[in-house]
Design a protein around this ligand. Structure first.
Ligand code: AR6
Length: 176
């Protein structure tokens, strides 16, 4: 399998991948948005396992099973609440990076990300997308011998459009 990056419009909870990423909060005890959807789709056993994890620091990642979902694993990461300071970008980058590191540690070769921090946490979508795409490209380039399929599961066509536009822009920057 090659390294692949795919951008699709999808409900992340329905994807047939080894692992999906949850945009969680520090408690890891559930919430709204994608977090709520993942807990609903996985079933109550996910919360039981999450209770054993003692929460998660912002920018870090923890792994659980996927229970009733097709995905075998959920990697829970906590994005920054957007405040407009430089550190927001560093933390958002860490979410993607640490999730991929944890996936590799668990021999996972396919992973789907939601647009972390761009809902309740208020991160402007375009800026967040640039960070998401550049971070996974950097990670792939750093781990060329590890094959990973990375899917960006956009929840609306509008989000998908921003990802696709940013991807083109990013490719152009990379080439020059
Ligand atoms: N599949 C894919 N993407 C989704 C789905 C889904 N089923 N549902 C929502 N999104 P958010 P955050 C998109 O608010 O900004 C929670 O309460 C959504 O359209 O879920 O990181 C946590 O517990 C948006 O683009 O996460 C935290 O308290 C993106 O997922 C807080 O929200 C992220 O929106 C985290 O906020």
């Amino acid at each position: 399998m090659e390294n692949i990056i795919k951008i699709i419009t999808s409900d992340i909870t329905q994807l047939d991948v080894e692992c999906i990423v949850n945009a969680a909060n520090n408690s890891l005890l559930g919430g709204g948005g994608v977090d709520g959807a993942i807990h609903r789709a996985a079933g109550p056993e996910l919360l039981v396992e999450c209770r054993t994890l003692n929460g998660c620091k912002t920018g870090e990642a923890k792994i659980t099973k996927g229970y009733n979902m097709k995905a075998n694993y959920v990697i829970h990461t906590v994005g920054p609440v957007y405040t407009g300071v430089e550190n927001d970008a560093k933390i958002l980058r860490l979410c993607y990076w640490n999730s991929l590191e944890l996936a590799m540690k668990n021999s996972i070769h396919s992973i789907a990300f939601p647009a972390i921090s761009t809902g309740a946490y208020g991160y402007p979508l375009k800026e967040a997308t640039e960070i998401a795409l550049s971070t996974v490209v950097d990670w792939i380039e750093t781990n060329l011998d590890y094959k990973m399929k990375i899917i960006f599961a956009c929840f609306s066509d509008e989000t998908t459009k921003v990802y696709n536009e940013t991807w083109i822009l990013f490719q152009n920057i990379k080439k020059t």
